[in-house]
Ligand binder design. Structure first.
Ligand code: CA2
Length: 145
């Protein structure tokens, strides 16, 4: 497997740590990126860490990652619940995709219970906060490298 893991973050996750700490905690997206870099480095991997508020940019990132990374960790934010385009893009990715959510989406509004990504993901991790990203990286490196 490629020595790089792609980490994709969807809309509003750039605001992490600045609002709604009761839901998303106090850590910023920069903190999450560092956690991911450290977790991947512990297994000898690099990360390609991205965030976008735009659906098409995330689709383009998946296309690019088809050539450059061995696995993808995706927190698509609200696009999780709406985006067939992102689902279709991830279906073209040949490696494992692990879906992560900081919050326990199943303990929240009904519209967050459906994901367009869960049934095409190798694993889904919810409600673990930023640690979920580490668990996803550990899983990808343990099971597929
Ligand atoms: O729990 C998650 O990780 C979510 O993907 C977060 C999304 C939400 O739409 C999903 O249902 C579950 C929202 C991300 C918004 O992030 C913010 C962070 C801080 C302040 C405001 C928004």
């Amino acid at each position: 497997m490629s020595g790089t893991i792609g980490i994709l973050n969807g809309p509003n996750l750039n605001l992490l740590g600045t609002r709604e700490p009761e839901l998303y905690g106090h850590e910023t997206l920069a903190d999450v990126e560092k956690l991911c870099r450290d977790a991947a480095a512990a297994h000898g991997f690099d990360v390609d860490f991205r965030q976008s508020n735009h659906e098409g940019v995330l689709v383009d990132a998946v296309h690019e990652m088809r050539e450059t990374v061995g696995g993808i960790v995706v927190n698509a934010g609200a696009y999780t619940h709406t985006s067939i385009a992102l689902r279709d893009a991830l279906l073209t990715f040949p490696g494992p995709v692990v879906e992560v959510h900081l919050s326990n989406v199943f303990a929240r509004e009904e519209f967050r219970h459906h994901s367009y990504l869960s049934d095409i993901a190798a694993a889904v991790i919810v409600g673990c906060g930023p640690l979920g990203y580490r668990f996803a990286i550990d899983l990808i490196t343990a099971r597929w490298s």
